[in-house]
Structure formats: structure tokens, C-alpha cells
Design a protein around this ligand. Structure first.
Ligand SMILES: [Zn+2]
Length: 110
């Protein structure tokens, strides 16, 4: 995080944050949940971190997806098909033979 000095976390804190991540994903078991609760009760740094992660996760999960603008859709290289017999080939400046190139772009939700 910005503004915080970079220092390694104690092992117990690393373990607790891993357990918190599992909890957020619904993958924590009973023993892990107990260990996490115990650590958070005695470590204000991790308690604060976990509270922030829970808040961010819940906000992200409640936020609807936005459609990707078409100009931001991932560019897929053209798929070059077999040359057409006798077809003229005019190579363009941006590469590819228009007559032999089929652009395949992913469909983007409106
Ligand atoms: Zn801790």
C-alpha cells in the first residue's frame, strides 16, 4: 500500500491473510475460520486489512459489469485463410493481404 513502509509480514499475519482470502472465496474450512478469528482478535493490522478486503470484495461483487467499448476489445490477429486462386493480393500498410485475410473479433456485449 502507498505510504506504508515495505517490510515483511510476520508469518502469522501472512497465514491469516491467506485464510482471509480463502474466506472471501468461500473456501475456508472450520479450523481455518477459527484460526483467522483468533488472529484477527489479537492483530489490529490484519483486522483492518481484512475489513478493507471484505469491503472492497463486497463492493466489486455488487458492481454490475460494464460493456467493453469496442475500441478497447482485445485485438485478435487476423486469421489468414487459403489464398483464392487467381485473386489479386494488395498488401496494405498495416499488414495483411485484404483478399486473404478474415478478421475474427470477439463479440462484445452491447
Ligand atoms: Zn496479523
Amino acid at each position: 500500500m502507498a505510504g506504508r513502509p515495505a517490510r515483511p509480514l510476520p508469518r502469522a499475519c501472512e497465514d491469516a491473510r491467506l485464510l482471509a482470502s480463502l474466506e472471501l472465496d468461500g473456501e475456508i474450512d472450520e479450523l481455518g475460520a477459527k484460526q483467522l478469528r483468533r488472529h484477527l482478535a489479537s492483530c489490529p493490522d490484519c483486522a483492518s486489512w481484512v475489513a478493507e478486503m471484505r469491503s472492497v470484495t463486497s463492493l466489486l461483487r455488487a458492481t454490475p459489469f460494464e460493456p467493453v467499448p469496442t475500441d478497447m476489445a482485445p485485438r485478435v490477429p487476423p486469421r489468414v485463410g487459403p489464398p483464392k486462386a487467381g485473386a489479386p493480393c494488395s498488401w496494405s500498410a498495416n499488414g495483411g493481404c485484404r483478399e486473404r485475410t478474415e478478421r475474427v473479433l470477439p463479440r462484445v456485449a452491447p
